[in-house]
Design a protein around this ligand. Sequence first.
Ligand SMILES: C[S@@+](CC[C@H](N)C(=O)[O-])C[C@H]1O[C@@H](n2cnc3c(N)ncnc32)[C@H](O)[C@@H]1O
Length: 262
Amino acid sequence: MLKQNHMWTEEELNGNISYNNDTADISEKNSWHNLFESPQWILMNPAEEIVDFYHTYLDSPSRQFRNRTNLQGNKLHDLGCGGGRHLYYFAEYGFDLTGSDLSTNAINFTKFELERRKMNARLNLCPMTDLPYENGEFDITISRAVINHGTLQDMKKVVYEVARTTRKGGLFFVTFSSERASDWKKGTEVLEDVTYIPAEGPEKGLIHTFLSAANAAALLEPFFIIDKLYISEHPPLMPNAPGATDPNEYFGSEYVLIGIRR
Ligand SMILES: C[S@@+](CC[C@H](N)C(=O)[O-])C[C@H]1O[C@@H](n2cnc3c(N)ncnc32)[C@H](O)[C@@H]1O
């Protein structure tokens, strides 16, 4: 008989998860903090997958989808908001917004840009593994290209935190690096075939975990019904940023998952 879920133990499902809770250590290794010092590393337009998510699920959801979910409000949390591009996007549509990130550069930039655009969002400087929010506070959580910056154990803690803070029937949009990405298996191997720390390139020193589609789904499954899972593949998004990887060597590949909180 197949084990019900190969990613989670019974203990972990109850919140007993080992993870790195040394915030100073995580902050120091978060190379995105330094990248945000150059405006060329800050994307301002929303990612295609986020625009698609908004239109398909929030703006004009199908009747079948509405039967599967229980969306009531419009409180949205952007976990790992970076330079805030998705906050600006959802602000245009009147969402009640919260952004969190562990980088002071990211939070300061986003704060400045929100003020400049006369937009509102609550911002918090915090690690993704310990979210300072109430149970079931958000209707929607989005997290693009963030959660893979942790070990598998860290990622479980984040999924647990997202599940805790997203209300039943709410939505979770998330991306995970896929094993097809060009940076898979580059650098120091922390967990065989899964987790690596690149020794060079813009994200040098930052932990990266890569998943198969089956593992990505299994990570969410206990807490979320997987409504959609697809792959998004692309050339470098910031080829002209200082220190960017050679476009001939880079290939971005991520699984995009949309889950409904059980
Ligand atoms: C590739 S950027 C993506 C930013 C944004 N989601 C976007 O799509 O433009 C990764 C973000 O994750 C943040 N990050 C990395 N590790 C984190 C952690 N442990 N806790 C919270 N945020 C983290 C970085 O500071 C950075 O803003």
